[in-house]
Design a protein around this ligand. Sequence first.
Ligand code: PRX
Length: 647
Amino acid sequence: MSHDAIIKVNEAIAKDALVDKDKAAAMRAEAEKDPETFWAGVAARLDWSKPFTKVKDVSFDASDLHIRWFYDGELNACVNCLDRHLPEKANDVAIIWESDDPGVDKKITYAEAFEETCRMANVLKARGVKKGDRVVIYMPMIPEAAYAMLACARIGAVHSVVFGGFSPDALASRIEDCGASAVITADEGVRGGKTVPLKANVDKALEKAPDVRAVLVVERTRADIPMKAGRDLYWYAEARDDVSPECPAEAVNAEDTLFILYTSGSTGKPKGVLHTTGGYLAYAAYTYEMVFDYKPGEIYWCTADVGWVTGHSYIVYGPLANGATTLIFEGVPTYPDASRFWRVIEKHKVNIFYTAPTALRALMREGDDWVKKADRSSLRLLGSVGEPINPEAWMWYYEVVGDSKHPIVDTWWQTETGGILISPLPGATDLKPGSATQPLPGVFPAIVDANGNFLEGACEGNLVITDSWPGQMRTVYGDHQRFIDTYFKTYPGMYFTGDGVRRDADGYYWITGRVDDVINVSGHRMGTAEVEAAIDEHPLVVESAVVGFPHDVKGQGIYAYVTLHATDEPSEALEKEIVETVRQEIGPIAKPDHIHFTPGLPKTRSGKIMRRILRKIAENEFGALGDTSTLADPGVVDALIEGRKNR
Ligand code: PRX
């Protein structure tokens, strides 16, 4: 099948789907005509301890920016994910845990998840955590990570999950920024047969962030680790059994904070994206059901990590709010071998599978046999998230993994959006490989040129959203001005996504990637400024500039131009040291693929680095450098090109 094929909605799938073409059209029309009624209907899927009477209070005007949804209502997110399913689903499986070791797994019912969560909530309370307090969660992919999030929600505390691959320094800066008083972690994580020293990392981080009073340590490997008396507490050995298996849930206002999640921007340090309870949960629940066409009893697996927003919305909150069975996978796609994903699908009879293009590209390289030798007959829907999926990877996913039978939902969204905004609906949307297709009902994207003029019809430009949706972030924690400046100043009156996009003649959206200084490496979002700051920590580095470049597996790789003190000589050893510095400052995911030592960077006379030129050179596109006449020293460019050719 060619890459510009259109794959029409399968009639049999449409017949069983929650939403077919007619229903989707009706929903779109309703959301356009009367958004408040539409969204009130969406939020009615939640249990409210005090029903809301106000639906929406939003202004995207930078001088009066505010976003509130369902704002006189009260609810509890944990109750919506667990308690309310108990009457009918106490013995249904809430979580399937597949450990790193293919021989070890576990099934956890809703009743069990409820009890574990209540116990953890009681332990937090006993350690002085109260409503509004921040709790950092630094965990491997084990069920206790979900309990930790839900336990915070249960008592009205705010969780901030930090990806277990981040370094102690990166962890410390997040703990400090959100002012966390407690940390939940594990002794060690296990990934691909290797251990990750999570508790040791926490100990190092807390040297820099001494305000943390309590560290709850879940025993994963039972490694011998130092515990600090009065501060550290083992979950199983010391805490869990000492508290009640029941814990009353704190009803919170819809606009009370549910969580903070740090994400990279084009400038400065990572920002704490803040999501509130009512709108976020309603949106995660609604989009989960719509996009994955979820039906009771089905087994759903999202391969993301809970340290990213995908793990929040589509491993924990979205699925559990729908009473689904969600699979939590601790390992990696290639351990013990490249058949792991497909073996897990076979073993647990997974119906809906949601992963990232980078994983697909890596597995595609290993050949089709790894896929074909596993029984994938349980599958009925495939999903993609995190970065643009190239048509080749899309076709491989469709033809090899899905045997050309199952729709692929390519879901476009962001940490900031809380949930999916642009995606096919499996029973309603004809598919085009590589396109996220169309906005969900109630979502209003538009494309603007550099001056903010709306572009109509088939066009290419910058992606904005013209009106709010309930899952939208509310602020940057501790820095509301940064929220306004980052998202609402570029194009006044609109939310600017930072993404470029093309719209074709059928109105289909094709995300082209970031248009700002954010890069997307293996679906991990990174600010070039952040990586530069890490590189600059090396004592011999004077200056650096980081850009993304196309990478076959990672989507984008990290290319770093580095200037040393005049007296220092580039060397392989120095290159390794610089890479190590980045690993320590941020974590392994930020390690540059290339270090290009250069005596100078292309700067304008006012001292601004011309990144456009650096991007082109990193891409090996020397003919398309554009105007270089404004450079202070145009000779730098030739030297850079020479250096690139010699690599
Ligand atoms: O550039 C877009 C890309 O990932 C960015 C958001 O990254 P993050 O906040 O880490 O959230 C990732 C998981 C939702 C976006 O600005 N992106 C995400 N999904 C897609 C995508 N690009 C193209 N197609 C997608 N489906």
